[in-house]
Design a protein around this ligand. Sequence first.
Ligand SMILES: *Cc1c(COP(=O)(O)O)cnc(C)c1O
Length: 365
Amino acid sequence: MPRPITATLHLEAFENNLQVVRRFAPTAKVWSVVKANAYGHGLKNVWRNLAQTEGFALLDLAEAVLLRESGWQGPILLLEGFFQPEDLLLIDRYRLTTAVNSDWQLRAIAEARLQAPLEVYLKLNSGMNRLGFAPERLHNIWLQAQELRNIGSMTLMSHFATADSAEGVAQQMATIERAAAAVALPRCLANSAATLWHPSTHGSWVRPGIILYGVSPTGHWSDIAETGLQPVMTLSSEIIGIQRLKQGDRVGYGGSYTALGPQQIGVVACGYADGYPRHAPSGTPVWVGGVLTGTVGTVSMDMMMVDLTPCPQATIGTKVELWGRNLPVDDVATTAGTLGYELLTGLAARVTVNCLNQADYGVQQ
Ligand SMILES: *Cc1c(COP(=O)(O)O)cnc(C)c1O
C-alpha cells in the first residue's frame, strides 16, 4: 500500500473561481496564471477546467510548449519574457506572447527570423524594482518597438508590490498613469489582489493567479471568505500511530514539545518531504476526523504529531486534512510564517494527486 497522503483536486472549483474573477473584473479579459506547474497543482491536471479563460500566463518555456501540445490553442503569455535569443525559435513556432523587459530582448527580436510578428507585452517598472523599463524610458522603448517588423500588437504590463496590503496601488498607479500617457497601449496590470480590490487597475487584461486556486493573496482566508472563491486542493492523510503521553514526556526531534499532563497524540503520515512546512510550530491547525486540533512537536521528514485531546475517538486510519476545504491553507501558512503560495508550490512530487470531477463531489471524506 502507498502512504496514505494524497492531494485531492476539486477541479470544478476552477470554473467557479474563474467566474468569481469575472464578477470582480467584468470588462477585462483574463490571463489565468499557471506558472510553477499551476501553483503546484499540475498544469496538465488543471488547464482544461480553466479553458473558459482568454489566455494562460506562465514563465517556463517548457510549460508553454506542454500547454500547446496538450491542445490549448489560445494565447499563452510568458510573464518574464525569454532568457536567451534562441528561445525566440520556440516562441515563434508555438505562437507565444512574450513580455519584454530589457533592451537586449528588443534587439534579439529585431534580429530574429520569424514566421510572423510577435505579440509583445512591454514591462514597465512602476516601483517594484524587479523587472521592467524605467518609466521615463517607456515612450522611447515604445517608439523603438513600433519600428520593428517582428513586433505586432503591444500591451503595457506592470506588476504591483503592495496590492494585497493597506498601502494599495496608488503610488504605482500614479507612476503608470504618467508613463502611459505617452504611449497608446492597452494595459495589463492586475494580479489577484488588484483584481479583487483595485478596479482602477483592471485595464484590458487582468492576471490573477492565487485566487483561481481558491487561496488568499494576503495570507488570510478571512479576506476572501465572502467572495465565493473555493479552495481547489485538499491535502489529506491518515493517523498511522497513537501515543499516550504522561506529564513531562517530550515529542519529536529536539523534544520541542512537553506534555503538561496525560495526553493522547496521533502520528500523521505527512512531513516536510511532502511539502508541509518544517517551521510550523506546535499548535499549527490540523483537521482530524472532523475536529480542528493542532500539531505537537517539530515536523519530521515523513511524519508529524497531532494533539488528540479534542478528538478522543481518533484512531489509526482516521482521516486527517492538512489543508483544503475544511482548513484553509492560509490558516496553516499564517501559523507557519509563510503564505499559501509557498505551501501550494512546495507540494512534493512524491505526493499522489487525485483529481475529483463533479460526480465525486458531496462525498464525505
Ligand atoms: C505570479 C504573477 C501574477 C499572479 O500573481 P497572484 O498574486 O498569484 O495573482 C501576475 N503577474 C505576474 C507578473 C506574476 O509573476
